[in-house]
Design a protein around this ligand. Structure first.
Ligand code: HEM
Ligand code: SF4
Ligand code: SF4
Length: 545
């Protein structure tokens, strides 16, 4: 019953489509901004599949690896603050003060020590997975060069601080790690006397050296925090903490690990004793066994070449950049929606060139712009219902102007029987909707689904479409981070510009599907067709009664 009423309410005006001249626009002329389909992208999608099924795409840990890294850093800071409070920072007292935490059965201290150690391991793991994911997705190119390059020093800070943390226990493992690091640094004769000398006798390990250990561990961790701040500078609304359930799940797992496998000290460090074997923490301390299995020179080569390769990637893989968004001051009323919605902080608000006191207009920083078009979808001037011959909006993509979308929509719908065609608005990054085109299915692929002003959905229905499908990547899978989320919120009426309530819900379907999931869009179209024709049948039956 609800469906029937809705269909009656939005019955299109058939004169509408003839009101405008038909403009033939070739699909091929539209610049495609889709990320190249590489084996890396296919691999990531294949890996995401099972995780999405178990956790849901929005809460899959694989889609929040950077944020999980930050979460573990927070856990490290909180548990580390307690450990620092009980640590005796003298060379002679350090071992006892930390060892006591587990030996005395002090449950809180022991637990916090365990959480500190396992959070460090988890952070290293998540950071490597984050790096691998961004690399496989090709996210070192173009406008992302900044996030990529600022990520590289974080690796060095993370390992320096993590390895330095083992020295503070000053047990045999800490001693082994400090000695291995000194041996590695001594490979180059840059110090007046070899660093390894500092560990030859018990007296050599002075309180001053211990202060250096504290600086390496805590000072470098602060540098990591500063580096993290830089790392997310060009990302607006950065996903810095994972969803609550993910934090709870990972937090509880670390706690369980700390209870089931408590972290204990090895025997106290002794300069005359070289332990036959030690339980190495493979996440943080793996460079040491690697060095002893090879040579310090090999470890230097591995470090320098890896860092060099990571830094060189954005330079080596330069791709032709797409034109960036352009503001038309005459059509910008300074509403700030593009400023709020831009995922890469590329829009700033400046005084309007019109000179009216207090009026603002948008300005695009060409260096930051991802050419995603999300701002176009946000702009109130992008509505197709405007009467002007040419649809000029406040902010637009030169390679795919919004006027072209309106012109193509009119042209394609004019060529079909009224109320027979399903219009699909999709995105160059997600399911390939062009492959779904047929006599009654008209796809329009945008740079990002966030580029779609919701009024286009209503416009398509008024112009004769039987139904509209809106499709984009899954939650947290949006190539431009926020496009799918903004679209969902705009269609649900929770974000401006919103889809008018008068638009029939039965005629509109959203389906979040990534490349390779075209079948899901096809199934949604079939279901939508059934739903709409059922509505029409019911409508006819009602008329006959
Ligand atoms: C301590 C280690 C690291 C942490 C905690 C971390 C955290 C983060 C966070 C929170 C984001 C924002 C995610 C979003 O909102 O979409 C991010 C983005 C990013 N990270 Fe990291 N990161 C780390 C290391 C790295 C490394 C080593 C690299 C690569 C060299 C890297 C490359 C990137 C890139 C390319 C982005 C931007 C993704 C995009 O534009 O969609 N990160 N990182
Ligand atoms: S195209 Fe995308 S990145 Fe560029 S200004 Fe618009 S929303 Fe921001
Ligand atoms: S959304 Fe449009 S009107 Fe609003 S500030 Fe941006 S360009 Fe101007």
């Amino acid at each position: 019953m609800v469906a029937r009423k809705a269909i009656l309410r939005v019955r299109p005006d058939s004169s509408f489509s003839t009101q405008y001249p038909v403009v033939p626009v070739l699909v091929a002329q539209q610049a495609q901004s889709g990320a190249a389909e590489t084996w890396g992208r296919r691999f990531v999608r294949r890996l995401d599949g099972p995780f999405d099924r178990v956790f849901g795409a929005g809460e899959s840990p694989l889609r929040h690896l950077g944020a999980l890294g930050v979460f573990f850093f927070v856990l490290l800071s909180v548990s580390g603050a307690y450990l620092y409070a009980v640590l005796d920072t003298s060379a002679t007292g350090a071992y006892r003060s930390i060892d006591r935490l587990t030996r005395d059965g002090s449950s809180l201290g022991g637990l916090l020590r365990g959480i500190h150690r396992y959070a460090a391991d988890a952070m290293v793991l998540c950071t490597f997975l984050h790096l691998a994911r961004e690399w496989l997705l090709g996210r070192f190119r173009g406008f992302r060069w900044f996030s990529w390059l600022t990520g590289v020093p974080l690796l060095l800070f993370m390992f320096s601080s993590g390895i330095g943390g083992f020295w503070l226990n000053w047990d045999q493992l800490g001693q082994f790690s400090a000695l291995a690091t000194a041996e590695w640094l001594d490979r180059w004769p840059i110090f007046a006397s070899p660093l390894t000398r500092n560990f030859l006798t018990a007296d050599a390990v002075s309180d001053r050296l211990f202060s250096l250990f504290v600086f390496v561990h805590i000072g470098v961790a602060l540098a990591l925090l500063l580096g993290l701040w830089f790392h997310v500078q060009r990302i607006s609304r950065a996903d810095v903490l994972p969803p609550r359930r993910l934090m709870l799940g990972t937090g509880v797992s670390l706690l369980l690990l700390a209870v089931l496998a408590p972290v204990v000290s090895q025997a106290p460090a002794e300069s005359s004793v070289l332990p036959a074997s030690l339980p190495v923490d493979w996440f943080v301390l793996f460079p040491h066994p690697l060095m002893y299995a090879t040579t310090p020179t090999v470890l230097w080569l591995v470090v320098v070449l890896s860092i060099g390769a990571l830094l060189a990637l954005p330079l080596l893989s330069r791709r032709q950049r797409l034109p960036v968004a352009v503001v038309d001051p005459a059509h910008c009323n300074g509403c700030r929606r593009c400023f709020d919605d831009c995922p890469y902080a590329a829009v700033t608000m400046v005084a309007h060139i019109g000179g009216v006191q207090g009026r603002e207009m948008a300005q695009v920083d060409t260096d930051l712009c991802a050419s995603c078009g999300i701002c176009v979808g946000a702009c109130p001037s992008s509505t197709p219902f405007r009467g002007s011959e040419k649809l000029v909006t406040g902010i637009d993509l030169p390679q795919a102007p919004i006027d072209q979308l309106r012109a193509r929509l009119r042209h394609e719908l004019a060529g079909t029987e009224p109320h027979t065609a399903v219009v699909i608005f999709g995105c160059d990054q997600g399911a390939r909707i062009d492959s779904l085109a047929d006599a009654h299915t008209i796809p329009f692929s945008l740079a990002c689904i966030g580029m779609l002003p919701p009024s286009f959905v209503e416009y398509a229905l008024r112009d004769g479409a039987a139904a509209v499908v809106v499709t984009g990547c899954r939650a947290r899978g949006c190539e431009f981070r926020l496009g799918a989320q903004w679209t969902e919120e705009r269609l649900a009426g929770n974000r401006e510009p919103h889809l008018r309530r008068g638009v029939a819900a039965v005629q509109v379907e959203t389906v979040w599907a990534e490349r390779g999931e075209e079948g899901r869009v096809r199934a949604a179209i079939a279901a939508l067709r059934r739903r709409v024709s059922l509505g029409i049948e019911e409508q006819k039956a009602e008329h006959l009664q």
